[in-house]
Write a protein of this length. Structure first.
Length: 660
């Protein structure tokens, strides 16, 4: 680095390495501006060039962008390709079959390495096993798996036969799994007996059985089970099959199913501002293009890199930067089963040193939680490990506060690795706003500038752009290839939620507030503008948690808000009215724990409220509207100074100030 230059009391800017810039995919700000200019000058031509250079097409496309049915945009519509072929076959055909594709480290530290040739054979065998069970192009397959080579194999095998997959995070409950099975109309489910996390075996198959027993998913005729632990499980002989037995007799070749670029590659469910999770549908061609292109630009991927994204395959980050992006560029990646604090809080740093990781991508929540243990115990401090292999480090899932950014930069990156602070969403497919390590001067806490081809802006509530320095709504003005195509089974919700008429119907509304710096034009994300919380990088709808609480027989009413949290970014705070007298003392604590467990069962442990506060009622206007702004203030521990004259029951605020 050239060093740290003070700009103001609040802001410090970090220049990128001249040496890195000289060899980077985007070398310097002039190269960045040239790409931005190309996209502005010839928008469709820019994207067509990238698509031809980055992907292998079975049938070349002649159409680029179809805007005739906006906002249901189509990209490269008449082209044909296969995501699995692009991830595997073409690298083997190019003579790189012996290159290591995945370095898998299990929870207990056992390491397995799989080459591209071996991974291709495993994917083909599983694809053949799916076909033998009658699963075909267009059929939807739910994947409810631990982090594993088998999880990636299942995703790639579905892509190989043209069966859109829907991966469900292994921490979700039976009810959440059932909702997704029903909504997507799945015909098969791939799971495991159990998963290992932090030395503990956690159930998957039993949750799967419970979800299927809830009904509505009778179309599921096949459940394929990966034997991870050998733990005791129930067995349905007519429906269930062991993965290792299913693939044992299959051929290790399987011709890929060539699909149109707009064919759905996957449907991934994410929380929205209503109670029902929404199935974000992504296409094959556009999605794969941007996952690969951002590997090259944002991570400056080189054939010698060892890339490690710590995200679970149940989230979009695990799709784009575990299952598809690294493999599409022919990279070597680490896949990790466990958690960052087992067997101790030095696990990440130990793995970086052991596997000589050069590009590391994780969540601010993980960084913030590890700061505390590292500063308290020198043995697990990053400086106690050889992290010299690192050249780029990144963050994902939520904004990173400047203090954590600087600690990460100095202690993990050794004050020599550029940080790529990436902003994107499940709906965007891949990175949208991010520094480029060989080009962009970096400011702690800012995701800096949009990537070339991404026309991001900040507007007011009428859709008019605001001046730099003024906060507003983050939007994208033009379509891009990896964007959401629709919400599965609910196109009207897609239109209203992402392209609202209030903004003119043509601007993609991200749902985040943002501001651009007056001097640099850099973007800083300010947080959600809707009723969606960002907890440890995971989106949780407040209404979804409220619905779970109210479904408990003792709960009459509930309201959920978020409050800032130093470790998780936001914490869930629930205000609850029971169908009985308001509990106090130990009784309140016991009921609060019961309700937390209830939410974990209904949605998953990630949705458990950090605090539950009981009241005889909720703060409402005389017309019956809950005043959530007051609840947010209470959750933060603020003294209520706002006007409460419209409240029907102002005395209730004292009750709700007590946490359980």
């Amino acid at each position: 680095m050239l060093g740290i230059e003070s700009i103001s009391n609040e802001k410090r800017i970090f220049q990128t390495f001249p040496d890195l810039a000289a060899h980077a995919a985007v070398s310097g700000m002039e190269a960045y501006r040239a790409l931005v200019s190309e996209a502005e000058r010839d928008f469709e031509g820019f994207w067509a060039r990238l698509a031809r250079e980055t992907l292998s097409w079975h049938k070349p496309f002649t159409k680029i962008l179809d805007e005739s049915n906006a906002p249901f945009y189509k990209w490269f519509e008449d082209g044909e390709l296969n995501a699995s072929y692009n991830s595997l076959d073409r690298h083997v055909e190019a003579g790189n079959g012996n290159r290591v594709a995945i370095i898998f480290e299990a929870d207990d530290g056992a390491v397995t390495k799989v080459t591209y040739q071996e991974l291709l054979q495993r994917v083909c065998r599983f694809a053949n096993a799916l076909k033998r069970r009658g699963i075909k192009k267009g059929d939807r397959v739910i994947i409810y798996m631990p982090m594993s080579i088998e999880g990636v194999v299942a995703m790639q095998a579905c892509a190989r036969i043209g069966a859109p997959h829907s991966v469900v995070f292994g921490g979700f409950s039976a009810k959440s799994l059932n909702e997704r099975l029903v909504d997507v109309g799945a015909v098969a489910l791939v799971t495991a007996d159990e998963q290992m996390r932090g030395g503990k075996a956690l159930p998957l198959k039993s949750i799967t059985d419970e979800a299927l027993a809830m009904g509505g998913c009778e179309a599921v005729k096949n459940v394929i089970v990966y034997k991870r632990t050998g733990g005791k499980i129930q067995w349905n002989a007519g429906r269930d099959a062991w993965m290792h037995e299913a693939v044992a007799a299959e051929q290790d070749t399987c011709e890929p199913e060539w699909v149109g670029a707009e064919h759905p590659l996957f449907i991934l469910y994410t929380s929205g501002s209503t109670g029902k999770p929404k199935g974000v549908q992504h296409s094959t061609g556009g999605y794969l293009l941007w996952a690969a292109q951002t590997m090259k630009w944002v991570f400056d991927w080189k054939p010698t890199d060892v890339f490690w994204c710590t995200a679970d395959i149940g989230w979009v980050t695990g799709h784009s930067y575990v299952a598809y992006g690294p493999l599409t560029v022919g990279g070597t990646e680490v896949v990790f089963e466990g958690i960052p604090t087992y067997p101790n809080a030095g696990r990440f740093w130990d793995m970086i040193a052991k596997h000589r990781v050069s590009v590391f991508y994780t969540a601010p929540t993980a960084i913030r939680s590890l700061i505390k243990t590292a500063e308290a115990d020198a043995k697990v401090h990053p400086k106690s490990y050889d992290l010299s292999s690192l050249r780029i480090i990144g963050t994902v899932g939520e904004p990173i506060n400047p203090e954590a950014w600087i600690w990460y930069y100095e202690n993990v990156g050794g004050s020599r690795c550029p940080i790529v602070d990436t902003w994107w969403q499940t709906e965007t497919g891949s990175h949208m706003i991010s520094p480029l390590p060989g080009a962009t001067p970096i400011v702690p806490g800012s995701c800096t500038l949009p990537l070339p081809g991404i026309m991001a802006a900040i507007v007011d509530e009428t859709g008019q752009e605001v001046a730099n320095g003024q906060g507003g709504l983050l939007v994208v003005k033009r379509p891009w290839p990896s964007m959401i195509r629709t919400i599965w089974g609910d196109p009207e919700r897609y239109k209203k939620g992402y392209f609202p008429e209030e903004l003119g119907g043509k601007l993609y509304l991200a749902g985040d507030g943002a501001v651009r710096d007056k001097e640099t034009g850099y973007f800083t994300i300010m947080g959600r503008i809707d009723d969606v919380l960002n907890v440890s990088g995971h989106r949780l709808g407040t209404m979804e948690i409220e619905s779970a609480l109210v479904s408990n027989p003792i709960v009459a009413e509930a309201a959920v808000v978020g409050r800032p949290d130093d470790t998780t970014g936001e914490a869930v705070v629930a205000f609850v009215v029971l169908k009985r007298a308001r509990p106090v003392g130990d009784e309140g604590r016991v009921i609060a724990e019961e309700l937390r467990a209830w939410v974990a069962k209904e949605i998953g442990p990630i949705a458990k409220p950090r605090e539950i506060r009981f009241g005889d009622n909720l703060p409402k206007t005389r017309s019956g509207k809950i005043m959530r702004r007051l609840l947010r203030s209470l959750a933060k521990g603020e003294v209520i100074t706002q006007d409460v004259s419209t409240l029907d029951n102002p005395a209730i605020l004292d009750q709700l100030g007590e946490a359980k």
